[in-house]
Ligand binder design. Structure first.
Ligand code: SF4
Ligand code: SF4
Length: 318
């Protein structure tokens, strides 16, 4: 696989990429019919659960940590490896394949042990969706314009996957409902949009290391992000609706959406009334800047006076 190609499950998660040969050329709609069935009787059962890059979304991590009953920090350490998302410089994580057989740590001969909580990429596969997370752009004044609304679906077809030879026929909508992807769409949309926005910006505007660390922390470890919100000077700096503060204290899904909004605002300058810097903070900053400016003017005057005195002295000596 070239470095520009995404693995089959990444394609299903992030959408089409440079028309690799395993993507069927038809653009499908929700009403299009596909033939596919995956079940323990197929000869390739679990073949797609090894030797593959499975990128985890923040919601995947949240759900898997709840399923396994371990903190995100332990989950990341035990089950993931760092990666870059969608050929950008955005840091994320992917499932760490087992050393002994290069398979997903959650697979057994009987199938997936976390099936009802499996990651988004595993649910979407082999039907990907192009566009809902395409980058929007900023209009004058900082408002966001969503990406193009040319939504379509496509099938990823790997030679080893025998599910395409099964007789079961569905519409794309029926397949998606069966896989429970609508909820995943809702939970992943804003995060995927951040990644696609970064991709569409290219590398011309580098993200600082600090910004990348913030993106990684908010995307992979919500409890860490929560500590950042409640234990740093964040709430003294930003005006946040008290109702939202109460919600994110109690509800991890609310916290997840809050983290996406914060990242969009702090990393990409998306205007969000929920993240206004407090007036007194702005005033304090302005006053410091003014003081620095006054100081540099005084410094320039002092240098000028010193130079002038030197010149006068020289003139007197002549
Ligand atoms: S999480 Fe489950 S479905 Fe996904 S690769 Fe691992 S075993 Fe397979
Ligand atoms: S049919 Fe396809 S999706 Fe199902 S186990 Fe085989 S390779 Fe994986």
């Amino acid at each position: 696989m070239s470095k520009d190609q995404l693995s089959a499950k990444e394609q299903s998660l992030f959408g089409k990429s440079k028309n690799p040969s395993n993507i069927m050329p038809q653009k499908l709609t929700l009403n299009s019919r596909i033939k596919f069935r995956c079940h323990p009787g197929v000869s390739c059962f679990t073949a797609c659960c090894g030797g593959i890059k499975i990128v985890l979304t923040p919601y995947d991590i949240l759900i898997l940590t709840k399923r396994l009953g371990i903190p995100a920090h332990d989950f990341l350490h035990l089950y993931t490896l760092p990666t870059y998302l969608e050929q950008t410089d955005m840091p994320g994580v992917m499932i760490k394949m087992r050393e002994e057989d290069n398979k997903c740590p959650f697979v057994t001969p009987e199938g997936c042990t976390v099936y009802s909580d499996r990651p988004s990429a595993c649910r979407y596969y082999p039907v990907g969706m192009a566009d809902f997370h395409e980058a929007g752009h900023k209009e004058e004044g900082g408002g966001e314009v969503s990406g193009a609304d040319d939504k379509f679906y496509f099938v990823v077809k790997e030679d080893y996957c025998k599910g395409h030879e099964e007789d079961k026929e569905w519409t794309v909508a029926e397949w998606r409902a069966d896989q429970g992807v609508d909820l995943r769409d809702d939970m992943n949309r804003e995060w995927l949009r951040l990644v696609m926005r970064r991709k569409s910006h290219g590398q011309q505007a580098q993200l600082s290391e600090q910004a990348k660390r913030m993106f990684f922390m908010a995307s992979t470890d919500l409890s860490h992000f929560k500590r950042f919100i409640f234990e740093s000077s964040f709430l003294q700096t930003y005006d946040v609706d008290p109702e939202i503060i109460e919600k994110i204290k109690e509800d991890d899904v609310e916290l997840l959406h809050f983290s996406y909004r914060y990242l969009a605002s702090s990393l990409f300058g998306v205007q969000d009334p929920g993240f206004r810097i407090k007036e007194e903070k702005i005033q304090a900053k302005v006053s410091v800047m003014k003081q620095e400016q006054d100081e540099s003017v005084l410094q320039a005057i002092r240098q000028y006076e010193a130079l002038k005195a030197d010149m006068d002295e020289l003139k007197l000596k002549k």
